[in-house]
Design a protein around this ligand. Sequence first.
Ligand SMILES: *Cc1c(COP(=O)(O)O)cnc(C)c1O
Length: 414
Amino acid sequence: MNPFSYKNGEFFAEDVPFSDISRQFGTPTYVYSKQALVNAFQAFSAGLSDVDHLVCFAVKANPTLAILNIFAKLGAGFDIVSGGELARVIAAGGDPSKVVFSGVGKTSTEMRRALEAGIFCFNVESSSELERLNTVAGNTGKKAPISLRINPDVDAKTHPYISTGLKNNKFGVAYEEALSLYKHAASLPNLSIQGIDCHIGSQLTDLSPFMDAMDRILLLVDELESIGINIHHIDAGGGIGIRYSDETPPDFTDYAEAMKKKMAKRNIKLVFEPGRALVGNAGALLTQVEYLKLGEDKNFAIVDAAMNDLMRPALYDAYHDIVAVKRKDKPSKLYEVVGPVCESGDFLGHDRDLSLDEGDLVVILSAGAYGMSMSSNYNTRPKAAEIMVDKNQCHIIRHRESIESLFALEKPIP
Ligand SMILES: *Cc1c(COP(=O)(O)O)cnc(C)c1O
């Protein structure tokens, strides 16, 4: 199912024309398809139904409450990276006992809150964090369930900014140190070893790096077992890619099958932390053309969305498909689709073949992951509204920010 498609020359989200959304809610606006979110979660889980598993949506990909709530109702767990995300999960009706807590810089306060909430597991990323967690757990009178995030040192073959499984980055524990660190963890009184995890990168379009990582992790699992440390779950992280233009990301079922095969007869729960794969293609950014600026070398379509709304093109040179809401007969031109922010890096797409007039609406596709969640108020621009479409219904799930709210916490000195 494609949640975003043309019907009679007009672009729709499920059964709602984007032009209606613009009339009702203005632009720029993030638009999500409920059906697409449900389908993605169910497709991801389908191949795992015959094994003990937990699918933890990576909240940082899109933390809006309504989205977390849809996944919570489907039985999802959540992968969080801050105390703020834990609070969101709880506010959205998520079950803390299905939460894994990742991240290299967990504070003592965040650890305490997570212990009190009773999360499923802390994914510990360093020996210092192990000590800190042991102390905080002791003070709280709780035992902290832990897993060590291991750096399997495999090449994820993705953009350097989103590759996290190589030796020389800030994430995880070096493979060579894993065994001694597990032994040390086993000696600490307030920790309870539950699992092992890795997360090798994002937007991976090939299964082989996942399988290479699994081989390395399973070697460790067996070594740990031989010294009496039993692993109850393996968390394979997130990172499954989506189709932005012509990528062919792995099929979820193929991934599940390959993972199950690797696990062979081991009686170990499988945990996953998909972010992008569950929301990326379930969201789009609706924006209006303010000006067309035609030049000798380049034509610019200046739209009312910008890098503060969708940072991926500026940050990673990422490609997002851009379509016009109304198909037209008039001849098309190649446009640089840019925003109004005062940075040359403020572009949303290069060389896009579009047939446009000023005032037209365009939709930037595949914007459901790392879109709204990475947005900012740069240039004192209020963050976009967010809408969830459910068949022929539109629900506002986050109001457009008001300009006053952007400086409400500020004041001049006397
Ligand atoms: C970002 C992140 C994820 C999600 O990554 P996707 O590429 O969106 O699937 C999962 N786990 C950890 C630890 C992360 O940092």
